[in-house]
Design a protein around this ligand. Structure first.
Ligand SMILES: [Zn+2]
Length: 224
């Protein structure tokens, strides 16, 4: 009898594990099936550390599961490869370090569920409308050494305060809350990205759009 229970438990565990593995496999396959590109197929030397695939993020939750690769629309992926080349020309010891790219709406719904009716709600786009990340055309990133040590940008990624907002940089430099070096590091990131065609935004130093929001909405489907 004990043996039978052990078999049933083992069978249940195997079913559960294969279900989890299947779901994660499905997520990456789904991204590929929707025409998105793993940026490592174009630029294998770009560093990738998907923050939402760890618990080191403002949600303190791993909402990406087994997904470790960064996917983007083909146009955005080509532009990111160009940005990496721009950076390498300036300093071959540095690399882009990507924190987030395309974000399927299924993940956006998980994030939304974690923040709805909390103070963090303002920092997550409503999944019904979607953000540029949901259209596969936005990337969150920093610059790091080739060994993966990020440059000092004055705040951490996903720091939701004015200190992270490029529009206040001159003010915070004057107030000595940001150093010249931190602002130079942000300028380097903005230069290599905008020279590749990306658009910076005024409220997050790490976020760049490959196409304007309107264009993303008219050209692409939300990734599911
Ligand atoms: Zn972003």
């Amino acid at each position: 009898m004990k043996k039978r229970i052990a078999y049933i438990l083992l069978f249940t565990l195997i079913c559960f594990l294969s279900l989890i593995a299947g779901q994660d496999l499905l997520l990456e396959t789904r991204l590929q099936n929707q025409g998105l590109v793993n940026i490592h197929t174009l630029a294998p030397d770009i560093l990738v550390e998907l923050k939402y695939s760890t618990t080191d993020n403002f949600l303190n939750a791993d909402t990406y599961g087994e997904l470790e690769n960064c996917y983007l629309q083909p146009k955005a992926a080509v532009m990111l490869k160009q940005a990496q080349e721009n950076l390498k020309k300036i300093n071959p010891d540095l690399s882009l370090l990507v924190y987030d790219g395309a974000r399927p709406r299924s993940i956006q719904r998980k994030m939304w569920a974690l923040v709805v009716n909390t103070p963090s709600q303002d920092y997550v786009a409503n999944p019904d409308r979607g953000s540029v990340h949901n259209f596969g055309s936005a990337v969150d990133l920093t610059i790091a050494t080739n060994e993966g040590v990020p440059l000092d940008m004055g705040t951490a990624f996903d720091y939701f305060g004015k200190l992270a907002q490029p529009r206040h940089e001159a003010h915070f430099l004057k107030e000595k809350k940001l150093t010249r070096q931190q602002i130079d590091n942000r300028h380097l990131l903005r230069d290599v990205m905008t020279q590749a065609g990306f658009q910076a935004i005024s409220i997050e130093w790490w976020h760049f759009n490959a196409v304007p929001v309107k264009e993303a909405r008219s050209q692409y489907q939300i990734i599911e």
